[in-house]
Design a binder for this molecule. Structure first.
Ligand code: PEP
Ligand code: MG
Length: 746
């Protein structure tokens, strides 16, 4: 079957029409107002590559490609893409597609062609966003070309790399193409069937603006927002903002910005009637899927359309956790066998089968719910970590990669066990009690304590540390007063390439857009609250794993090597690209973004970093944008007075590095973790001195090292008079409560 219309598709048809096609079909056939369409099925694609005889050629090329060699990878992608594009499809298939397009075109000439990849028998194959979409396609020739182009996009370098790295056999991944009527949207936006801002179950949140919904989804404008009572459908609140421009299509179908006429700028984009119609649909969708939904809508004339509906993934898990009762066959902790123990790096309990990951080739073995065991994780592990129920590592301390990422994902993590990869065996069922740093054999009952959340405004700002922009909304749910550290390096992980390689091979724009897109997720989730983006600080050993990173120099001691601002000044093209991304985010109205420079050891570095910023963006650091530095070397402590005189908006203590360099303790070595102590007098005295000097110069002080999540450190900093503290998402509540108490508010 080459073609399936939405009306004949349900959720069960993922193998035939891909995830996107199946969910659109499911909604259409359940009478949601979805713009009509059909899917060119995965069978059609399979049929195409098989009947034309190109399948063996394609898979031979892919098999022989070393994806770690970027030149080879790019060539393979180009060669395979060319084969797909230049091989004609059969006359019958062409006719099939065109005939169905003509039927659809009676409802509206413009259609969108969207790729919808699907993997046979492979659970959790998340290919979202990897393949192409073509909007505003019109006419026979164009639709055929768009389908072909979507097919070819199954073989972009990024997609090949991702599949190879995650062990998805290329032969088992197919692609379907959704062909859907384009709505000529006059107003559009998003809505949530549970208010994600306060997690109130009985509130629907709608955000809307004029024109195309992309401006709301991407966060490039501030939308009007409305809250509706789910039971009575009463409109509880509305916030109407000034809307100066909107996104629309020109005659050729290209997206353009247009000015909103003065008299409509301060008017509500939705009528009460539309708000209610939407709210009814939100309820219907939540009922249908039996889960809170996050939906996109578009309104054309009098017609309200739903464009997408998917479960809200960011609701605070803590609140959903019902304290578990002991199951009959679960062991009591007293009778359980303790296999290994290590440091508690991210709290919680996880259970599942052990999978040992010794390198990238093993990542695909990790299935949903498994316990990922490794010597240490790297940024490439993130997709597999997302599938895991817990992480256990041999090495590392509380500031290592696994710990940082795990905390952000809300995943239980035990690090520094020294022996987990030897002692734990693949397939073994274990219970990880990360709150105590222990791993037990079998299914063990562990009592979980949950903490009540306090929402008190403190004078000292309690902020959050962020690495993964996809978790920004979740982090925002902590109610944190901003992001005290947004690490640049994690944004560049997984299937992405080495940034300098991208810039040098003429693809700087791609790198910048990727940064912009990810920064926006964060500044949007923390609207109106400061977000300090820290420029790239990956050591050479982490960069080396990225495609294009093969030429990274070998260093005996990467932590003290070519990283952070010293590297950025040697490679100003990299720093400029990051600055450009920050400027674009700032220009899009997110003036809450700021810049933070890592591992400073001299005033000259700060002077140069500011100078390059001015040249690259035309903006004035400090005056136009927050521009601060990290205090994470003893050198920066000693010259704090000169730093203040040079001029910075703020300083932030990076106690992970400051402790490492003060105590000469490698922060990643399990053997010396017992000596890693951020509360060591040598560290505390430096902090004391810096805060004292900064006060004199009216420079804001903050902390963004892991120690900010520790109550003892937070109390010390409170007494020293620090201005803000950034904690891990899971610690924000505890630290806020502590500060509120110290401020006499609790
Ligand atoms: C630090 O050193 O404390 C810090 C926050 O930076 P990172 O952990 O990224 O080195
Ligand atoms: Mg640091």
């Amino acid at each position: 079957m080459n073609i399936a219309w939405f009306k004949d598709i349900s959720n069960k048809d993922v193998p035939l029409v891909g995830g996107k096609g199946a969910s659109l079909g499911e909604m259409y056939s359940n009478e949601f107002p979805i713009p009509n369409g059909f899917v060119v099925t995965s069978e059609a694609f399979k049929n195409f590559i098989e009947s034309t005889g190109i399948a063996p050629k394609i898979f031979k090329i892919l098999k022989e490609t070393n994806v770690k060699d970027n030149a080879e990878l790019q060539k393979a992608s180009k060669d395979v893409g060319k084969i797909v594009l230049e091989t004609p499809m059969s006359k019958e298939m062409e006719e099939d597609i065109v005939e169905n397009y003509e039927i659809l075109a009676e409802e509206g000439e413009f259609v969108a062609a969207r790729s919808s990849a699907t993997a046979e028998d492979l659970p959790e194959a998340s290919f979202a966003g990897q393949q192409a979409t073509y909007l505003n396609v019109k006419g026979e020739k164009q639709i055929l070309a768009a389908v072909k182009a979507c097919w070819a996009s199954l073989y972009t370098a990024r997609a090949i790399y991702y599949r190879t790295k995650n062990n998805f056999p290329h032969e088992q991944v197919y692609i379907a193409v959704v062909v859907q009527r384009m709505v000529n949207s006059e107003k559009a936006g998003v809505m949530f069937s549970v208010n994600p801002l306060n997690e109130k179950n009985n509130e629907i949140l709608i955000e809307s603006t004029y024109g195309l919904g992309e401006s709301v989804v991407s966060g490039s404008i501030t939308p009007d927002d409305y809250t509706v009572d789910k039971n009575t459908m009463e409109i509880l609140g509305r916030k109407i903002v000034r809307k100066e421009w909107f996104l629309t299509k020109d005659l050729k179908g290209k997206n353009i910005k247009k000015d909103v006429p003065e008299k409509y700028q301060n008017v509500s984009s939705l009528s009460d009637d539309e708000i209610k119609q939407l709210a009814v649909l939100a309820v219907k969708s939540e009922k249908h899927y039996d889960k809170p939904q996050d939906m996109e809508f578009a309104i054309e004339g009098k017609d309200v359309f739903i464009v997408q509906s998917r479960p809200i993934t960011t609701l605070n898990k803590k609140k959903e956790v019902v304290v578990e009762d002991k199951k009959e066959d679960q062991m009591e902790i007293g009778e359980a066998k303790l296999l290994v123990s290590g440091l508690q790096a991210s709290p919680g309990v996880g259970r599942g089968k052990v999978q040992i990951v010794r390198g990238l080739d093993d990542l695909g073995k990790v299935k949903k719910g498994d316990v990922l065991v490794a010597r240490m994780t790297t940024p490439d592990y993130v997709p597999a970590m997302e599938r895991a129920s817990a992480i256990v590592t041999d090495s590392g301390g509380s500031t290592c990669h696994a710990a940082i990422v795990g905390r952000e994902m809300g995943l239980p993590v035990v690090v520094g066990t020294e022996v987990a990869t030897n002692k734990l065996k693949p397939g073994m069922f274990v219970t990880v009690d990360a709150s105590k740093g222990r791993v037990y054999e079998g299914d063990v009952y562990i009592e979980v304590e949950t903490e009540e959340r306090v929402d008190i405004k403190t004078n000292i700002k309690v902020k959050v540390i962020m690495d993964l922009p996809d978790y920004a909304e979740k982090a925002a749910l902590t109610g944190a007063d901003g992001v005290g550290l947004l690490r640049g390096e994690f944004i560049n992980l997984g299937n992405k390439e080495h940034p300098v390689y991208m810039i040098n091979s003429g693809r700087g724009e791609e790198f910048i857009s990727h940064l912009v897109e990810n920064m926006k997720k964060v500044v949007k989730a923390f609207k109106g609250k400061p977000v300090w983006y820290r420029t790239l600080d990956a050591p050479t050993d982490e960069f080396r794993n990225l495609p294009g990173g093969e030429d990274e120099p070998e260093e005996d001691n990467p932590m003290m090597g070519w990283r952070s601002i010293r590297r950025s000044l040697d490679q100003p093209e990299l720093l400029k690209a990051e600055y450009e991304a920050v400027k674009r985010v700032h220009d899009a109205g997110f003036t809450n973004i700021g810049i933070m420079i890592p591992l400073v050891t001299s005033v000259e570095q700060i002077y140069k970093a500011k100078k390059i910023f001015k040249e690259a963006t035309g903006m004035e650091p400090i005056k136009d944008i927050d521009f601060g530095v990290m205090i994470e070397t003893p050198a920066s402590v000693q010259i704090i007075e000169e730093i203040c005189k040079e001029g910075v908006s703020f300083v932030s203590f990076g106690t992970n590095d400051l402790t490492q360099f003060t105590l000469a303790v490698d922060r990643n070595s399990a053997k010396v973790q017992k000596l890693f102590n951020e509360l060591h007098p040598a560290v505390l005295r430096q902090i004391h001195y810096v805060i004292k000097v900064c006060k004199r110069y009216k420079v804001v002080t903050s902390i963004c090292g892991q120690a900010g999540s520790k109550p003892e450190m937070a109390e010390f900093l409170f007494n020293e008079g620090i201005n803000s503290i950034a904690a891990n998402p899971d610690a924000v509540n505890t630290i806020r409560k502590l500060i509120a108490k110290l401020e006499g508010k609790l």
